[in-house]
Write a protein that binds this ligand. Structure first.
Ligand code: NAP
Length: 381
């Protein structure tokens, strides 16, 4: 049995329908989905949905966050074999992929090997599913050449005496505004793994959480003097980059970088219509504002640098922790619309996750298997 949760139109009507099973092409794997997480982009409806992803045709299959088991590998994939447990960024909603066969909300999904990571045996699918879009968005902001362009995180190695060794430390501070968001939880850890000191904002009840991810100092973004507190915390150090996550974050970030020494780059995960205008206004002051697109690592060198070269080992030795905490709200594809409703109510340092039935039927690439291209035709079903 293979089913998908189809989004029938941009207004947000969903239906679970049976669908054909994909077969992997070069560089692709097919994964039996065991857990998915939902993201704000999945919860958009109406004109906002059409504005954010205008290229998507309906019906379509949403979802970026997948954890599951490999059932088939395409040509050129040597890193994985059937049965391997992985987490991966499902790219079906990206302009460059744009196919329902690669949307996470299905029993079997096609993923690009370059944005998949093997999971350690003790990490559950539900915990791992919190990672992909938050991780990719944080990585895009920190590492893409047209964003903060910081050095990639270092895969923690093991020295000859068996002791873990650090990737080293660098001078400079990264400011993560919104550390208790999914994007921010990953950004704090990635920036630390790149060797930087992290100063962060989060709601007061999440300060311990942000510190546990590696932030040196955490300030409540609701404090009237939040900018002043951050400028003081940075002190005479260089601010090497700011990730602005959450409503209103960009205005604060601009005020802070104006008053701090450093490279004055701000990557915004919350671009709105005036972000571009603000970017033009601030440029003469040497402040460079960029808008993050979390799907960029799916095709850029940042994807493999994080998913192949860093994450598997960092998860295995506990240096990187799937965060924020999962809250499993149901089981099965039909539970996903309810999960989206829960997300719309708001979350705090939590990722909404849905477990997917194990569907134990053995996977065989069927004679009428469809490639990702042919899966486009599924829309007409
Ligand atoms: N550009 C892209 O490609 C891309 C991709 C993914 C996400 N995003 C955007 O990035 C943002 C975060 O997404 P997410 O899924 O990571 O969010 P999330 O986990 O759903 O965010 C929930 C958290 O937001 C925090 N928060 C609320 N208002 C805030 C503010 N003004 N400043 C800082 N933190 C605030 C809350 O903190 P406390 O509970 O601690 O108060 C809460 O923990 C959203 O705006 C989302 O649309 C963009």
């Amino acid at each position: 049995m293979n089913e998908a949760l189809w989004l029938l139109d941009s207004r947000g009507r969903f239906e679970v329908r049976s669908t054909s099973r994909p077969t992997p092409r070069e560089g692709e794997v097919v994964v039996r989905v065991r857990a998915v997480a939902v993201n704000p982009v999945d919860a958009l409806t109406g004109p906002v949905r059409r504005f954010v992803t205008p290229w998507v045709r309906y019906p379509t299959v949403l979802g970026s966050d997948v954890a599951g088991e490999i059932v088939a590998t395409g040509a050129g994939v040597t890193r994985f074999s059937p049965g391997d447990r992985v987490v991966g960024h499902a790219a079906g909603q990206e302009r460059v992929r744009n196919t329902p066969a690669e949307g996470a909300f299905r029993n079997h999904v096609t993923l690009l090997e370059r944005v998949c990571s093997e999971l350690p045996g003790d990490l559950t699918f539900e915990r791992a599913a919190v990672l992909p879009l938050g991780l990719s968005t944080a990585a895009a902001g920190l590492y893409e050449a047209d964003q903060l362009a910081l050095p990639f995180p270092t895969a923690p190695g093991t020295s000859r005496d068996g002791e873990p060794r650090d990737g080293g430390s660098r001078d400079g501070v990264v400011l993560v505004w919104g550390a208790s968001t999914s994007v921010g939880s990953n950004a704090v850890q990635l920036a630390r793994a790149s060797g930087y000191t992290v100063i962060a904002t989060a709601g007061r009840k999440n300060h311990d959480f942000a510190r546990s991810l590696g932030a040196e100092t955490v300030v409540d973004y609701r404090d009237a003097d939040v900018d002043e507190q951050i400028v003081r915390a940075v002190g005479s150090r260089q601010l090497v980059g700011t990730l602005a996550i959450g409503r209103g974050s960009l205005a604060h970030a601009v005020r802070i970088v104006r008053r701090s020494a450093g490279t004055k780059g701000i990557a915004s995960a919350y671009p709105d219509p005036i972000t571009r205008l603000r970017s033009l206004v601030e440029r003469p002051r040497g402040i460079r504002i960029s808008s993050i697109w979390g799907g960029t690592p799916v095709v850029s060198p940042v994807g493999p640098a994080v998913y192949r070269d860093f994450l598997p080992q960092a998860l295995a030795d506990g240096r990187f922790r799937p965060a924020p905490e999962p809250r499993v709200v149901g089981t099965g594809l039909a539970a996903i619309p309810g999960a989206l409703a829960t997300l719309r109510e708001g979350v705090s340092a939590t990722k909404i996750v849905v477990a997917i039935d194990p569907a134990p039927a053995p996977y065989a690439v069927p004679a009428d298997a469809v490639s990702a291209d042919a899966a486009e035709q599924e829309r007409d079903q």
